[in-house]
Design a protein around this ligand. Sequence first.
Ligand SMILES: *Cc1c(COP(=O)(O)O)cnc(C)c1O
Length: 369
Amino acid sequence: MNPYSTQFIQDDDIASVINALQSPTLTQGEQTELFERELAEYLGVKYVLVFNSATSALYCSYKAHALKDSEVITTPISFVATCNMLLENGAKPIFCDIKSDGNINEDKISSLITPRTRAIVSVDYAGKSVEVDTLRQIAHKHNLAFISDSSHSFGGEYKGEKIGTLADSTIFSFHALKPITTAEGGALATNDEEIYNQAKLIRSHGVVKKTLWNTEVQSSGFNFRLSDIASALGRSQLKKIDTFIAQREKIAQFYNEVFEGNPYFDTLSIPSYIKSTRHLYPILLSQSLWCSKEDIFTELQNAGLGVQVHYKPIHLYSLYSPHTPLYNAENFYKAELSIPCHQKMSLEDAKNTSQIILDILSKYKGCKR
Ligand SMILES: *Cc1c(COP(=O)(O)O)cnc(C)c1O
């Protein structure tokens, strides 16, 4: 089975983990400190905190931005954690419809702003940055925090600047299927010292060290720390992020060429001022094939392609419904399939994959309207 995404673990990663296992500290220690420093250096950002998941990084970022009892404008096309962590913070997600690339439609945000709105939370869908300049302008004009769930886009860029330096807070995921991995893990990047300090407190019980054994508890908190074993894996993976992205870009470029002008689906285009991480390679089935999507999905899976759908729009989950329709998000969901695109694939794999997809789709004649 060739999955839509997978980790790529090599000998140096294994050596790095073994080394950490043999060191005196297994929990958050020197490896974690070095991982955070190297991440901050790579991104060009003042502060980085690593967490045991992007979900906990989201939780602490929202908490640091004090979103309780506020409304937060966000996208329905994300993994549900983006919104669940808003609920856990006592904030109300306000869903904004998307554009044809799966990212939040910045033109529709202003009409959703109320006196209770306190933040915009966007997602760099599939690894392609949102329109940062516009989002920043809106956030600035209305005095809102701009928080970026960049779980897909670690290593990506917008107008020559790294994702992670552009929003007030940026969250990354190091889950196994994300651009680099620590098995489970995540990070918060920010230039804001206050956000950094707050999030750091909540990450570890709200405890600060005083002298010797003496500590103080400044807030309630959790254990959301990343272990040194995971951090050691992250440090080794970090060295390879640019070659990982380059390989996925090669696969994506190949797909773009072979799929050009095909009658079954569209692909997403990336403007030259955005460097996508190509975390996902989504194809958007033409409307006449939507009714066959379950059959197409099953047939592709049976042919060894681990395709997936990203995402069921969050406002359609029972926890978040009923909700007024968001037509672009719902149509995107009907159309979207993520096909294999990852750093472990060769061009030969991409060639086989594309052939299987085109062969299978050619059997579907479309649906009666
Ligand atoms: C993967 C993902 C998350 C959650 O990441 P974890 O590290 O698994 O907690 C959150 N948001 C988005 C957009 C994701 O893709």
